[in-house]
Design a protein. Structure first.
Length: 293
């Protein structure tokens, strides 16, 4: 195995690749290679600065650490969506191509079988496969969703270089079998993305563990509780689960009767809207009960 060397890691993956037949898969792979090559050419990264590994529905590029990451990110954020729109405009529905992308940095070694080895590469692959990134692509009008590693954000993105707006990236935490991974997603974080294989917490917009509604959000009251006085509540007996929640209306008949029909209330009523009724309650007319109105 060679000594580990610093590399920029670029991963691109085709959405729903396995849903296509062999002919469509061959077409999608050709488009993937074309899009990748054009993006790297736009970034000014020569072929001599790149190593490529084929993964069927995805492509992995190891890029020399001296190649500018800012130029690569600009090409990915602007050039790739434009290329995909142009390709998909002329393609049938079954041949539409949408991509997930990851840019990371770290140390990678090459073994005697020309395989790539390195924990930083493993982490980049975990980000590419994260449920959060998959969900982000599903919600995008564009055909591309990009995530960068924490090291790329810290070293490049946060400095707000032209064409790489730091404000457009949102911090997320992705759970993986290697433990939680911090990354930065370009564009909005998908709603409800709390899957254990791709948990998201946008720490820039709200605190960790805080409800989406903000600091004022409260959990819903327990519907199994009932009111016992204006300011007290206690759990309902086992046979009465489903009683009104604390603060809800309470009907006290005080020995009266209740009938349901169309709309008559007799007897004493006190704060019906809040909820005490004393006496008979008839929903309908008394003639329905055999009595004169």
């Amino acid at each position: 195995m060679t000594d580990p060397v610093s590399r920029t890691i670029l991963l691109l993956d085709i959405e729903r690749y396995s849903d296509r037949d062999d002919v469509e898969q061959a077409y999608l792979r050709r488009m993937l290679y074309d899009v990748t090559d054009r993006a790297l050419e736009t970034a000014g990264i020569d072929e001599t600065l790149r190593m490529r590994a084929d993964r069927g529905d995805s492509v992995m590029e190891l890029i020399d650490a001296n190649a500018p990451v800012t130029a690569l990110l600009r090409a990915l954020l602007t050039g790739v969506p434009e290329q995909l729109r142009a390709v998909n405009r002329m393609a049938s529905r079954s041949a539409q191509i949408r991509l997930r992308g990851v840019v990371a940095g770290g140390y990678v070694a090459v073994d005697r079988h020309d395989g790539w080895v390195g924990s930083d590469l493993n982490h980049a692959c975990r980000l590419l496969d994260a449920a959060l990134l998959r969900a982000a692509l599903r919600e995008r009008a564009d055909d591309f969703a990009l995530c960068v590693s924490d090291s790329v954000y810290t070293g490049v993105v946060r400095h707000d270089h032209p064409g790489v707006p730091a404000a457009a990236f949102h911090r997320v935490t992705v759970d993986s079998k290697n433990g939680p991974l911090t990354a930065w997603l370009h564009g909005p974080v998908p709603e409800g993305s709390d899957d254990r294989s791709g948990d998201s917490q946008d720490h820039g917009d709200r605190g960790a563990g805080e409800a989406p509604g903000g600091s004022g959000a409260r959990p819903a009251p327990d519907a199994s509780a009932r009111t016992d006085g204006p300011h007290r509540s206690r759990p309902a007996p086992a046979g009465q689960r489903g009683a009104p929640a604390p603060g809800g209306p309470v009907l006290d008949l005080s020995g009266g009767t209740v009938s349901f029909g169309g709309g008559y209330v007799a007897g004493d009523q006190h704060g019906v809207s809040g909820g005490r009724v004393t006496g008979d309650v008839v929903m309908g007319t008394k003639t329905e009960r055999g009595e004169r109105p």
